[in-house]
Write a protein that binds this ligand. Structure first.
Ligand code: FPP
Length: 266
């Protein structure tokens, strides 16, 4: 979610005003995601390196996270969104931890969208934590390691591939984000500052994703044939509509992404 600071500066405002405006974009993007077929939306809100920012900005961000989680929880519940916060928990202020616990508990029945917010997240540290925890031979397989990696970032299940990575603010780097999961991610760079990014921009990004040819190392014909062989998986409660989750996508047009990331930042 890059560009909050520059958005504010260009208006003669303090950086925190940019983060507050960015919270508005979070709301718009979360509202739009389920209808675009997105099942998992991950927002990179605070990297482990962001602790190095001036103390006033860090405190302001923590206050904003707490307030945003509390104020948005009813809307998330109403819209069937389950919230999960990924990253380290041991360095967050108590009030933020409580807001996370409350919001995660209150939204636990959401099935339309899983919203993952990365706070005190570092892909390298997550990988190292997973390596320290991976003691069985099973953990040294791809599937087994993805379960350990999920646990290392506080997910109850295995981590999953990012299909589409969007970075705003004109930056073109990964910045310690989901290094394992982005192995085959399609990348999209938007010049817009995060507070200007809307549901319309998200829809345009998904439309572009659907026209990317994803080959996963093979040739187009084989990639297309493999995509057709993937059986649809049921997502959600039995009484809810079955949704086909694409694993890969075909050569001409991909299905909606299973995971989307609204921009890592530094
Ligand atoms: C990066 O922009 C953004 C951040 C470090 C904070 C993002 C936080 C929010 C949008 C607040 C609400 C979020 C949630 C999920 C509750 P930057 O400061 O690096 O901007 P710059 O690139 O212009 O300096």
């Amino acid at each position: 979610m890059d560009g909050n600071g520059r958005w504010a500066r260009s208006r003669g405002l303090p950086r925190l005003a940019g983060h507050h405006a960015g919270a508005g974009s979070v709301r718009k993007v979360v509202e739009s995601a389920p209808d675009l077929g997105i099942k998992i939306l991950t927002l990179y809100a605070f990297s482990s390196d962001n602790w190095k920012r001036p103390i006033g900005e860090v405190r302001g961000l923590m206050r904003l996270f707490r307030a945003h989680l509390a104020s948005e929880t009813p809307e998330l519940q109403k819209n069937g969104v389950r919230l999960r916060v990924i990253g380290r928990r041991d360095r967050l202020p108590d009030e933020v931890l409580k807001a996370i616990d409350d919001a995660e508990r209150a939204t636990s029945r959401g099935r339309r969208l899983e919203l993952r917010v990365a706070v005190d997240y570092s892909a390298r540290d997550t990988l190292l934590a997973a390596i320290r925890q991976a003691r069985s031979p099973e953990a040294a397989t791809r599937g087994g390691f993805e379960r350990v990696l999920g646990a290392a970032m506080n997910l109850p299940e295995a981590t999953s591939d990012v299909d589409l990575l969007i970075r705003t603010g004109g930056e073109q780097r990964l910045s310690d984000f989901m290094l394992w999961e982005c192995c085959y991610a399609e990348m999209l760079f938007s010049p817009k500052h995060w507070p200007e990014f809307s549901g319309v921009d998200l829809a345009a990004a998904v439309a572009e994703f659907q026209h990317r040819e994803r080959r996963f190392g093979t040739v187009p014909e084989v990639a297309a044939a493999r995509a057709e062989q993937v059986a649809p998986q049921s997502v959600g409660d039995a009484e809810e509509e079955e949704i086909a989750v694409s694993v890969g996508g075909d050569a001409e047009a991909n299905d909606a992404p299973t995971a989307y990331v609204a921009a890592p930042h530094e």
